[in-house]
Design a protein around this ligand. Structure first.
Ligand code: F6P
Length: 522
């Protein structure tokens, strides 16, 4: 047995023993539990993993697995810009995008920080120019709305950031169109004045069908009001495929580059975040980058037993592989973070939803958990019944902010009371032998992530924490977290089916698919 397999066996054994213990009882048995399992990471991000179902022996087994998987060595290779994405033969160097000026990141040995800084300056000039009214539309009027067109990693991060940080009286309104469903672009454009609307088409590959279709629709909408030449002045593009963006008709000085070493779901920090820089201002975007950079530094330097991303990954793996729990809930007790579960669905499930190892062997254990969630307290009135009394144990990540600055002053305390009470209730439960339907078994794990306020910096730090958590899990499972081959087949078949729905020759299909196509062709 390899050292690594021995470490997995030890983890399973420790988890098996911990299954027989109640989490709440571990506090008595381990007086230093709270101190060991709470970490203040960076930008005041505080993580409490003491309500996870691991005893000291369980934590030690998880840390031993981290050593056996050489997390520290792999982390060094990640930061050094080595080829960690093996199937696409690329580094994954999103940290370079948020590093302060003067950093010296290299991708496969080639310096990248200079180009990153140049693109940041281009973004800053554009964003500030629009906000100050120096860059105006075809009729000379300032931009008042921005439609961000992109999907997946080219949508979820910017949308999360905008919803988290947008001022209630935003001078520039941002709208997003991702889905190819015509209802989405129609809603994004509805009521806007083309003369005051900027459209940014964001696609790493610039080949994504949904984005190109929505981009064409938006350009036609602009051109109908402003003419073709006028429309060009209202378009910008963000892509790693500069030729593709140019071919789409975006003026060369309005194309913002990024690089193949930036994965789509890790691209928020690149020019993919340009819409947020325009909508929130450069200082806020720079603070978002700064918060993420501070978390990078924590992840890179903190010892694993005090390292928030590593410990969060180990807690999740303990549940997933030690205790066989394939689902996790994410509940932000901050309405402004309501899109965090959707963001994490892509980050975690597209990164680690894989069944083969880096060398192509079949995985012998479960990988990414399915993630779902919604903002608290809303979610409490929907799916919390199952979390408390369902037949499966579903670990929960609770995310909260100590302070909120909006709405009636007493609401923040009410919100926080719910966040804290739920984590207590899930762990402690309440016995009621006489009325089983009123019995709360408890012993249901939570992680509690607390920031001081939802700010650009704390949000950047939280997102980076999850990015690195996903990296650590990928290394533990031995998979490539940075490719996404599983999305290809559906895309290819959709192209064929589209041709058939549009009257083309019908190809052979299974009986169900053939009948659906026949029905839709009418
Ligand atoms: O769904 C697959 C995917 O490639 C994601 O990884 C990516 O974020 C999304 O599509 C959008 O891709 P692009 O930015 O190239 O349009």
């Amino acid at each position: 047995m390899t050292d690594r397999e021995a470490a997995w066996a030890r983890l399973r054994e420790a988890a098996g023993e911990d299954r027989g213990r109640r989490i709440a009882a571990l506090f008595e048995a381990e007086p230093d539990r709270l101190a060991r399992l709470t970490v203040e990471a960076a930008v005041g991000v505080f993580l409490d993993l003491s309500k996870q179902p691991w005893s000291r022996a369980g934590v030690d087994a998880a840390l031993a697995l981290a050593s056996a998987a050489d997390i520290e060595g792999r982390r060094a290779r990640l930061f050094a810009g080595e080829m960690v994405n093996l199937t696409e033969r690329r580094p994954a160097l999103h940290m370079a995008l948020r590093a302060p000026d003067g950093a010296d990141y290299k991708a496969l040995g080639l310096a990248v920080s200079g180009e990153v800084e140049a693109t940041r300056r281009q973004m800053r000039d554009f964003a500030e120019g629009i906000r100050a009214g120096r860059i105006v539309g075809a009729t000379g009027r300032p931009f008042r709305s921005l439609v961000h067109i992109g999907i997946g990693g080219s949508d979820l991060g910017p949308k999360l950031v905008w919803e988290a940080l947008k001022p209630l009286d935003a001078p520039i309104e941002l709208r997003f169109a991702a889905n190819v469903d015509g209802a989405e672009i129609a809603a994004a454009l509805a009521g806007l004045d083309p003369a005051q609307t900027l459209v940014i088409v964001v696609s790493k590959t610039f080949t994504t069908e949904e984005t190109l279709a929505n981009g064409r629709a938006a350009r036609a909408w602009l051109a109908a009001a402003l003419g073709e030449d006028g429309a060009n002045g209202h378009l910008a593009a963000v892509s790693a495929n500069i030729e593709g963006a140019n071919a789409f008709g975006v003026a060369a000085d309005r194309v913002f580059a990024f690089w193949d070493w930036v994965g789509g779901r890790y691209s928020l920090w690149s020019a993919v975040g340009l819409s947020c820089a325009v909508g929130l201002g450069w200082d806020a975007f720079a603070a978002l980058l700064g918060g993420a950079a501070a978390m990078d530094e924590h992840f890179r330097t903190a010892p694993l037993e005090r390292n928030a991303p590593a410990l969060l990954a180990l807690a999740h793996v303990f549940n997933r592989n030690g205790l066989g729990r394939p689902i996790r809930a994410v509940v932000p007790y901050a309405r402004r973070l309501a899109l965090l579960p959707a963001f994490l669905q892509q980050l975690e499930m597209e990164s680690n939803g894989k069944r083969v190892t880096e060398d192509g062997a079949l995985l012998t254990r479960g990988s990414a958990a399915a993630v779902f969630g919604d903002a608290g307290t809303t979610g409490q009135h929907a799916f919390f019944q199952l979390l408390h009394q369902g037949t499966d144990v579903i670990p929960v990540d609770i995310i909260a902010a100590a302070h909120g600055d909006e709405g009636p002053p007493d609401h923040q305390a009410r919100l926080l009371a719910n966040a804290v009470a739920q984590s207590e209730a899930l762990m402690v439960g309440r016995a009621n032998a006489a009325e089983p339907h009123r019995n709360f078994p408890g012993d249901r794990p939570t992680s509690f992530l607390l920031v001081d306020r939802v700010t650009p910096a704390s949000l950047g730090a939280v997102i980076a924490l999850y990015e690195h958590k996903v990296f650590v899990e990928g290394v533990l499972w031995g998979i490539d977290s940075f490719d996404q081959w599983g999305v290809e087949l559906g895309k290819t078949l959709a192209r064929d089916v589209l041709a058939e729905l549009q009257g083309g020759e019908v190809k052979p299909h299974d009986p169900s698919t053939a009948a659906l196509i026949a029905r839709l062709r009418g």
